[in-house]
Design a protein around this ligand. Structure first.
Ligand code: NI
Length: 182
């Protein structure tokens, strides 16, 4: 199992707009996807994007298991997914604030507003198209990861920094809900 080093805030790769993947089914992309999945699991994360492992490519991996979700309309959970060249369509203007962390910004949490209902599309590493609707934590993690492809970090999305909290304090004071960094 290959584990990749995770880029931390301050490295320019995290602020660059990532390049589209020309051939999503290429063997090297499948290998990269497998290494990203292993790296995310090892870090106990909910999502990981190409720039976070120093690859300025439009590829993300994520999962939204049931215990990470607040609602159960069937759209709030997702299996482990590799998504290449993802596109997001906003389906609701409604935004909701909830806690986020980021594997590239270790040790911090903050409340981030995100659209509650989206549709996303892209390619799987098998070259087959993926198209899904998402709500709740599922919609949140996809928006967080696609932001990484455009050089955007969750701190940029916060309305103010009142909720910005060290994870060690958050565990004591903020009723942790088990959501992983992404
Ligand atoms: Ni992140």
């Amino acid at each position: 199992m290959t584990l990749l080093k995770i880029a931390r805030m301050g490295h320019p790769v995290l602020r660059r707009k990532a390049e589209a993947v020309a051939d999503p089914a290429a063997p090297e992309i499948q290998q990269l996807a497998a290494a990203m999945v292993a790296t995310m699991a090892d870090a106990d994360g909910a999502g990981l994007a190409g720039p976070q492992i120093y690859q300025s490519k439009r590829i993300i991996v994520f999962h939204a298991p049931g215990e990470r979700s607040d609602t159960d309309d069937g759209l709030a959970t997702a299996p482990l997914t590799v998504l290449i060249n993802p596109e997001i369509e906003i389906l609701s203007d409604r935004m909701e604030e909830d806690w986020e962390g980021c594997l590239s910004i270790p040790g911090l949490r903050g409340k981030v507003p995100r659209h509650t209902h989206i549709r996303y599309a892209g390619m799987g590493p098998d070259g087959k198209p993926i198209e899904r609707e998402a709500s709740g934590f599922h919609a949140r993690v996809v928006q967080h990861e696609v932001d990484h492809l455009d050089g955007v970090l969750y701190l940029d999305r916060m309305r103010d920094f009142d909720t910005l909290t060290f994870e060690s304090e958050w565990v004591h004071h903020m009723k942790p809900t088990g959501k992983g960094d992404a």
